[in-house]
Design a protein around this ligand. Structure first.
Ligand code: ADP
Length: 646
């Protein structure tokens, strides 16, 4: 039995690895995994790795007994190693003969350094690292159930519930990596392993990179052909970032559900051409849900900025489907039964538990805090705001009263439908976009079974004046309230049927704090703004005609922000509605999170219907809207841009 004494690796930047010459250099593109049909046949560097001695002894006296061969990649071979207590690990073994130049050495050191710094339930745990004369050993947590690649080989396709569970674990790990500015850059089924409990663990950090800042970019072309993102193929011209991992999630999701990667071809160049055009389709003989297609389509957006980020993926409707409690071992060999029939309630619990185990925390959706005049007990409301809310205070102090951290929202005698936190509005924006897409995709064949929204006419902006070069943007609502969105982003809202006005103080990224005041006895610091509101009110009343007839106030709502383009002005309201005034004088409002649509004709007739009906019929029933579907398309794109914060 041969025993080799090894040296513990010293701090990695000192480089204790002995490089040898005469070895083929590693190209940035790593090939060699079986799953990549596009690879060229070429000798793998892992072939230089000889079987390690049966006992490997580290310098500080630990003995590891080598066990069976576990597998091989392009660079390393992996063996079981058992320590003296009987605990088993995987030793990723890299032949020193393959580390022939500084660049390769630096890359291996970087892999070790990055991997060593990571600790997450869904990342293969790094245990130790040492070397002997012929090899470098990276001791890892053992994943004895192989990878998703082997599972797919056996199974051909997996069910959607299984894939949902996999994706949550993968997303949890990537969320963790991205939060530490690590891009994996080689995510693929063959690099995602099963631990003994059948939890997924991401491994192989050979191409991982830590970005110095979140907005810096990488330029090296690397990855595995089937999984490479289009912007990576752009190389030096475009650069790439975290979104390459999101693209890879899309490839994996497609491969799991359809059975092969979307751009698969014999010739690598053909794969690349397809990737650059995002040229793929869903084969009709392998049906998958519309919700899955929507998510895949978004993950595989050519424009990296159109892909959902790692925090947005799990908000997709696809995750609302049947969700198992865990991955059962049976999945390795055959299709588990009954996974499609897990109840909605149980699925929701399983989904939450899986997210929590994967380190994903989503705060419960609570209503935002409202600060009411009755809370303030003062004639000078601003001065009496809780310290943590006073303007100019720091964000972290503001969070002391973050609604997510308070037990119950404070809500006294103020219109109870007021809810305007930025988090909530961003969520509504995202859901609105998703719902419009879902309705388009549904091919309108499920109307009978769909929940249809109630269709009362929403609160609309009926007149507006853009005076933002001086004061701000003024508008009148169809409930006759008048608002001014001042250039400092605060809003004054004068309620038409009372002596009251609301000062809505905007706190960046958080939302609005509301202070209610008397218009006849305004606090001195608000007088100037109130004069401006009155000025606009007079102007609008004498100069502008209304968009729609008067409605009673159903809710307190005001303008969050507006966007002007050559074709329309878009209003985003604090009730989550989106109003579009097109230049042909037709107006369309999307409400109920994208499920309802309102048309206001040039002669001020408003009608609201479920969006699905309008999509199905191609137009509104009583009034013909010119280019109706095109307008809806424009609206969807505009909301999408907001949802993805372009
Ligand atoms: P490379 O850097 O050469 O691509 P990998 O990290 O992909 O190497 O590992 C090569 C192979 O070793 C894998 O395909 C797998 O079969 C096996 N392997 C890697 N890590 C583990 C592990 N933690 N547990 C069990 N097997 C592993």
């Amino acid at each position: 039995m041969s025993t080799v004494r090894t040296q513990p690796l010293q701090p990695l930047n000192n480089g204790q690895l002995n490089a040898r010459t005469n070895v083929t250099p590693i190209k940035p593109t790593r090939k060699g995994k079986e799953e990549d049909k596009g690879k060229k046949k070429k000798e793998k560097l892992s072939a230089l790795c000889k079987t390690p001695p049966s006992i490997v002894r580290t310098r500080n006296g630990r003995d590891y007994r080598r066990g069976t061969f576990l597998g091989e990649g392009g660079f390393a071979r992996c063996f079981q190693m058992k320590d003296s207590s009987g605990r088993i690990y995987a030793a990723k073994t890299v032949a020193k003969a393959s580390i022939k130049n500084e660049k390769t050495k630096t890359k291996l050191l970087s892999e070790i350094k990055i991997h060593k710094s990571l600790k997450h339930a869904n990342i293969v745990n790094f245990v130790d690292c040492f070397e002997d004369d012929i090899n470098v050993y990276i001791l890892l947590e053992i994943c004895p159930n192989q990878s998703l690649m082997e599972l797919l080989k056996v199974r051909k396709r997996v069910t959607e519930p299984e894939a949902r569970f996999f994706l949550v674990q993968i997303v949890g790990a990537i969320q963790y990596l991205h939060s530490r500015r690590v891009i994996h850059r080689d995510l693929k089924l063959g690099n995602i392993f099963f631990d003994p409990e059948m939890n997924l663990k991401i491994g192989d950090f050979g191409l991982a990179s830590v970005l110095p800042s979140t907005d810096s970019r990488k330029y090296t072309i690397c990855g595995t052909p089937n999984y490479i993102a289009p912007e990576v193929l752009g190389g030096k011209n475009t650069g790439h970032s975290f979104e390459v991992d999101i693209w890879a999630i899309g490839i994996m999701m497609y491969a799991l559900l359809i059975g092969k990667p979307p751009f698969q071809a014999k010739d690598v160049q053909v794969i690349y051409e397809r990737i650059k055009k995002s040229d793929y389709s869903f084969p009709p003989d392998k049906p998958i849900s519309d919700e899955a297609k929507i998510l895949i389509n978004d993950l595989l957006s050519l424009n990296p900025l159109h892909r959902p980020n790692v925090n947005e993926i799990l908000n997709y409707d696809w995750f609302k489907g049947s969700f198992p409690d865990k991955t059962h071992e049976i999945s390795l060999s055959g299709t588990p039964e009954g996974l499609e029939n897990i109840s909605k309630a149980q699925s929701a619990i399983n989904f939450t538990n899986t997210k929590v185990s994967a380190g994903i925390y989503t705060p419960r959706n609570k209503n935002p805090v409202e600060i009411l005049r009755s809370d303030l007990h003062s004639e000078q409301p601003r001065a009496m705001l809780p310290k943590s809310l006073s303007p100019g205070d720091t964000r972290s102090k503001y969070q002391e009263v973050d609604p997510y951290q308070l037990g119950r929202p404070r809500r006294v005698n103020f219109n109870s439908s007021f809810s305007a936190s930025i988090k909530y509005l961003n969520q509504v924006c995202f859901e609105t976009y998703q719902n419009i897409r879902k309705l388009e995709y549904s091919k309108y064949d499920r109307i009978d079974t769909m929940e249809l929204p109630s269709c009362e006419n929403p609160t609309l902006i009926s007149k507006w004046v853009d005076y933002s070069n001086k004061y701000g943007f003024s508008y009148q609502l169809n409930n006759n309230d008048i608002g001014v969105l001042f250039n400092d982003e605060n809003t004054f809202l004068k309620l038409h049927d009372s002596d009251r006005f609301l000062e809505l103080i905007y706190q960046e990224n958080e939302g609005w704090t509301c202070i209610e005041n008397s218009a006849s006895h305004p606090p001195s610091q608000a007088r100037r703004q109130l004069e401006i509101v009155d000025f606009f009110a007079k102007y609008m009343n004498s100069n502008l005609s209304k968009v729609s007839e008067n409605e009673d106030r159903k809710e307190t709502v005001f303008l969050r922000r507006y966007t002007r383009t050559a074709d329309y002005i878009m209003f985003e309201m604090t009730n989550g509605n989106f109003q579009f005034n097109f230049k042909d004088h037709h107006k369309i409002c999307i409400s109920k999170n994208g499920l309802a649509i309102t048309h206001v004709s040039p002669n001020r007739i408003a009608q609201t219907h479920p969006l699905i009906f309008i999509l199905k019929q191609g137009n509104f029933p009583s009034t013909e809207v010119p280019d109706c579907l095109e307008k809806i398309h424009t609206i969807k794109d505009a909301i999408k841009r907001k949802a993805f914060k372009e």
